[in-house]
Every structure is written in C-alpha cells, then in structure tokens.
Write a protein that binds this ligand. Structure first.
Ligand SMILES: Nc1ncnc2c1ncn2[C@@H]1O[C@H](COP(=O)(O)OP(=O)(O)OP(=O)(O)O)[C@@H](O)[C@H]1O
Length: 254
C-alpha cells in the first residue's frame, strides 16, 4: 500500500528579493515516480536542493516519514533515506570504480539498513558492488580510476552509487544530461527497473518528453518557483498552464 513518505509544506527560498521556490506544498508517495517539470529557471533544481538540504530554507518545512527534517544536514538526510545522485559523488577520483561503490555499500552497512543481516564481510560487499556495476554496465571498467571515466560513465557511476545506497527516496536531476544516445537508455532502463522492483519513491527532474511519458506516474509543474500543476501526466501535459508555461519551446521530444 502506498503511503506518503516525503512532504514539503510551504517550502520557500529567497535569494535577495527573488523568490526561487515559492510556498511549494507537495506530498510524495511510496511506489510513485514524480516528474518535476517547468521552464528554465522555474525552480526545479532549487526545490531539489531544499529537499536534499544543499541550501537552507527561508520558510516552510520538509518532512520525511512524518519527521521534520527541515534543519537536518545533507548527510543526515542521506542517512535518513534521501538519496540524490550528485551528493554521493563527491567521488574519489583516484580510487577505482569498484572501490567507490564499495565505499557506499560499507557506509550503508554501518547505518544498519544492511543487506547483510549476519555479516558485512569484505567479499559480500565486493559481490554486491560488482552486481550493481553489472547492472549499470560498468563491470568491465571496475578497475579503472574514476578520473579516467568518460562523462557518460561518470554519470552511470552516480546512478550505481545511488542504487548501492538504495535510499527510500531517489532524486534524479536530469540523469541523462550530457550522455550519448547509446548511454542514456542504460540509465533510463535502470530507473524504470527501480520503479518496477519495489515500492520506491522517485523524484525526477526532466525535460525530455518521451522520458516523462514513459516513466512518470505523476507530473508536477513549477513555474516562477510556484506549484502550477500537479496530477496525472496526460492531464497535466494537456493543461493550459503547461501549454502556456512552455509555449511549445522547452519540453523536448527526442
Ligand atoms: N544560489 C543562488 N543564488 C541566487 N539565485 C539563484 C541561486 N540558485 C538558483 N537561483 C535562481 O533561482 C531560480 C531558479 O533556478 P533553478 O536552477 O532552480 O531553476 P531550474 O528550474 O532548475 O532551471 P533549469 O531547467 O534551467 O535547470 C533562477 O532564477 C536562478 O537564477
């Protein structure tokens, strides 16, 4: 049964006189993939930053599992179950791909939501890391230093590390940006798989229409920092507010 796991109440941030996120109240349920759309500068990434704790909130609050996490740090939020690709990838560029994923799994094991109820042995951690790398098609690069990876493979590694962490709430901000047409489907398939596998909550900032159509259970639209629409993808996409906000310009059909 799905339930509300994450909620923002009147979430607001001001930069000087500019209100970048304006009293956004929204609840996110388990098992639901929500696409967050809106024109450039609408406040999507800033909304993400407020949820994951990257920037302080001017007004409002964030709740995870009913607990107020408004004042929690990025790492506390991460420990509580909010996982965002880039926050994990203060990658260690001189360590190998495998070593980077192992570190996340070790960290996760320490937090007590371990995959390994009996023992988090070296080989179990390595096996788990290798299986995640296999999923994201980075197995063959496991012994490469992260600094030697292409941009697309670094982005895949971000996703691998998020999967290794397996947070309650997955946050993806344009996960295929900068990827080649060959690389993007790997990441999109993984997100689809994550969605299908378990009752995961996924928040996805995305501009590409076909990705949204394929993956989203729900769309929310931000416009000038405010919540302009929220609901079923087909209805939201057809709504006047979306047509006006985009004027056919920015959601890209690929
Ligand atoms: N740290 C900051 N200081 C000042 N202004 C900021 C800061 N971060 C974001 N902004 C402003 O807040 C607004 C929202 O930016 P944000 O990056 O969240 O938009 P976005 O919807 O993610 O856009 P895009 O689709 O282009 O990534 C913009 O006007 C931006 O210039």
């Amino acid at each position: 049964m799905s339930r509300v796991i994450l909620q923002t109440h009147d979430l607001t941030v001001r930069f000087g006189g500019h209100v970048a996120v304006d009293h956004v109240s929204c609840a996110f349920k388990t098992g639901e993939l929500t696409a967050i759309v809106g024109p450039n500068g609408a406040g999507k990434t800033t909304y993400f930053n407020l949820i994951s704790g990257q920037i302080p909130i001017s007004e409002g609050r964030v709740e995870l599992n009913g607990r107020d996490i408004t004042r929690a740090s990025v790492s506390q939020r991460c420990d509580l179950g909010i996982g965002r690709a880039f926050q994990l990838t203060n990658l260690f560029p001189n360590l190998t791909v495998l070593e980077n994923v192992r570190l996340v799994i070790q960290q996760r094991a320490k937090l007590g939501f371990s995959f390994f109820s009996m023992a988090d042995s070296h080989s179990e951690i390595t096996d788990r890391a290798l299986s995640v790398l296999d999923k994201v098609k980075l197995f063959s690069l496991k012994d490469q230093a992260v600094s030697a990876l292409s941009h697309g493979n670094q982005r895949k590694l971000e996703v691998a590390m998020l999967i290794a962490l397996d947070p309650a709430v997955y946050m993806f901000d344009e996960p295929t940006a900068g990827m080649s047409v060959d690389e993007a489907p790997v990441v999109l398939d993984l997100i689809a798989e994550l969605k299908a596998e378990k009752d995961r909550t996924i928040l996805l900032v995305e501009h590409k229409m076909d990705v949204i159509r394929t993956l989203a259970d729900r769309i929310i639209v931000l416009h000038n920092g405010a919540l302009a629409a929220d609901g079923d993808p087909a209805e939201v996409m057809a709504s006047d507010v979306v047509q006006e906000a985009y004027m056919g310009k920015e959601l890209t059909d690929v």
